[in-house]
Write a protein that binds this ligand. Structure first.
Ligand code: ADP
Length: 423
C-alpha cells in the first residue's frame, strides 16, 4: 500500500515541479532538481539503514513513508528471530544439562566420526576426557576393538555388550547407538557389570544345584530300577507306588539334564565348537534316532538346499530334536511330522511342522519362557520338562537366528529357525 503512496507522491511532486517550472519557463530544470532532491533523500535513508543494520538490536531510525515501514518490518522480524534463537538455545542447553546430569555416558558424534559433545560420566567408561576430547575422532581414542568394530559397522539394531579391560578395573559395558540428523550418532554407554554379575550368579547357582542334585537322584533311581527289576519278590501293594517313584525320578533326571544343558548353552562362548554343519546329515541322523525312539511316529524330510550352517552341531541337534519331539508329542496320530531345510528371501529356514492340537495365539509370545506351559494337563500327559523351547530359543540366539512360531488351535503348529545366510 505504502509503495503506491510513494509512487503517487513522486508523480505528484514531478507534476507540481513541472507546472511551477513551466510558469517560470524552467520546466526541465525544475523536474531535474526535484528528482535530484528525491534521490538524495533516498541515498540518505539508505545510509541510515546500513548504519542501523550494522547494529540491529537498537531501535530503527525514525522516518516516514516506505522507509519507515521497511525499518519497522525488519525490526519486528529481527525481534522475532532473536526470540526464537533464544528459545532454541535454551532447549539445547536444557538437553545438554540433562545429558550432562545422566549417570550413563553420552557422546554425540558427527558424520565424520568426530566427537561433538560428551558428558562427564563417559570419562571412566570409555577413557575419554571431558571436554578436551571434543573434536577428536572417537575410534582413535577408544582402545576396545569390539567397540570400534561395532561403531564403524552400520548395524545398531542390537546394543553392544563387551568387557572393557581397564588398568584399575574391568567392567561390562552396554553401548546403544542411535542415528539422528544427517548421519550424526548419539551413543549411550552404561556400566552393566552388576547386572552381568547377577546373571552369572543365577546361572551358576542353577547349574550347581542341578549338578549337586544329579548324583543323589542317580542313586535313588538306580535303586528304584533294581528293586523294580525284582518286583516279583515285592508285596503287590508296593509295586504301583514304586513305579510312580521311578517315573518321577526319571522326570527329575530329565529336568536336571535340560537345566544343565541350558546353562551350558548360555555360558558357551560364541565360537566354541563351531564348524560347518552338514544339515542334511544332521536331519537324517535325527530322523533315524527319533524314528527308533518313537516308532509310532512318521517323520518326513524335505531338504531343498545343500547349504551348510556354521554353528555348534550339538546345540543345533538338540534344538531341532526338541522341536521334533514336541511335534511328535502334540501331533495327530495319523499325520507325519515334516522337517524342512529351505531358503527364502536370502535366509535359511529349518522348519518343523505338525498337524496336531496347535496352540492358542495368546500363549505364543510366552512359549519360550522357562517352564511355561500351555496347560498343565497337557504336560502331565506328555511328560515334558517345560524347558524344550527355552533351549531352542537360546540355541537360535547363539547362532544369530530367530524362532518363528505359527500355530492354529486344532490345525497344527510350525516352528521355524530362520538363520542369516552367512552363518
Ligand atoms: P515341554 O517340555 O513341556 O514340551 P516346551 O518348552 O518344549 O516344554 O514347550 C512348551 C509348551 O509349548 C508345551 O508345554 C506345549 O504346551 C507347547 N507346545 C510346544 N510345542 C508344541 C506343538 N508342536 N504343538 C502344540 N503345543 C506345543
Amino acid at each position: 500500500m505504502s509503495w503506491y503512496v510513494t509512487v503517487f507522491r513522486l508523480v505528484l511532486l514531478v507534476a507540481l515541479s513541472a507546472a511551477l517550472g513551466w510558469m517560470y519557463g524552467y520546466t526541465r530544470e525544475a523536474v531535474i532538481l526535484v528528482l535530484l532532491v528525491w534521490i538524495g533523500f533516498w541515498l540518505y535513508q539508505m545510509q541510515r539503514a546500513l548504519l542501523w543494520l550494522a547494529n540491529p538490536e537498537k531501535p530503527p531510525p525514525h522516518t516516514f513513508g516506505s522507509w519507515g515501514e521497511l525499518f519497522s518490518r525488519i525490526y519486528s522480524q529481527q525481534k522475532k528471530s532473536s526470540k526464537e534463537n533464544a528459545q532454541l538455545q535454551s532447549t539445547v542447553e536444557y538437553l545438554q544439562d540433562s545429558f550432562a546430569a545422566m549417570r550413563d555416558g553420552v557422546v554425540m558424534v558427527d558424520k565424520q566420526g568426530a566427537i561433538q559433545w560428551l558428558n562427564r560420566a563417559v570419562e571412566p567408561l570409555l577413557g575419554l576426557r571431558h571436554p578436551d576430547d571434543t573434536g577428536q575422532t572417537l575410534t582413535n581414542l577408544v582402545r576396545a576393538p569390539e567397540f570400534n568394530e561395532y561403531f564403524l559397522g552400520s548395524d545398531y539394531s542390537k546394543p553392544l555388550q563387551y568387557l572393557a579391560v581397564g588398568e584399575n578395573r574391568s567392567r561390562y559395558l552396554r553401548v546403544d547407538v542411535t542415528r539422528f540428523g544427517e548421519g550424526e550418532r548419539l551413543l549411550f554407554i552404561r556400566d552393566v557389570s552388576s547386572e552381568v554379575r547377577m546373571e552369572n550368579m543365577r546361572r551358576d547357582f542353577v547349574a550347581n544345584v542341578s549338578h549337586e542334585l544329579r548324583t543323589p537322584l542317580t542313586v535313588i533311581s538306580g535303586y528304584l530300577s533294581t528293586i523294580l527289576d525284582n518286583s516279583k519278590e515285592l508285596p503287590q501293594r508296593y509295586i504301583r507306588p514304586l513305579q510312580q517313584m521311578d517315573q518321577q525320578a526319571q522326570r527329575m533326571e530329565n529336568l536336571l539334564k535340560d537345566l544343565l544343558w541350558l546353562s551350558r548353552i548360555e555360558s558357551e562362548k560364541q565360537d566354541d565348537e563351531r564348524e560347518n554343519v552338514d544339515v542334511r546329515a544332521l536331519l537324517q541322523e535325527l530322523k533315524d534316532e527319533l524314528g527308533e525312539a518313537y516308532p509310532e511316529a512318521t517323520i518326513a524330510l524335505n531338504i531343498e538346499i545343500e547349504d551348510k550352517l556354521y554353528g555348534n552341531f550339538r546345540q543345533l541337534y538338540s534344538a531341532v530334536s526338541n522341536l521334533v519331539i514336541n511335534a511328535i508329542k502334540y501331533n495327530a496320530s495319523d499325520c507325519p511330522v515334516t522337517i524342512s531345510w529351505t531358503s527364502q528371501f536370502g535366509r535359511l529356514r529349518l522348519q518343523v511342522q505338525d498337524r496336531g492340537i496347535g496352540i492358542d495365539s495368546s500363549h505364543i509370545p510366552r512359549l519360550t519362557e522357562r517352564f511355561y506351559r500351555v496347560d498343565d494337563s497337557r504336560n502331565s500327559a506328555t511328560g515334558g520338562t517345560g524347558l524344550g523351547l527355552a533351549i531352542v530359543k537360546h540355541v537360535a540366539a547363539a547362532h544369530g537366528a530367530t524362532l518363528e512360531i505359527n500355530s492354529r488351535l486344532g490345525e497344527g503348529s510350525t516352528f521355524t529357525l530362520v538363520f542369516p545366510k552367512s552363518s
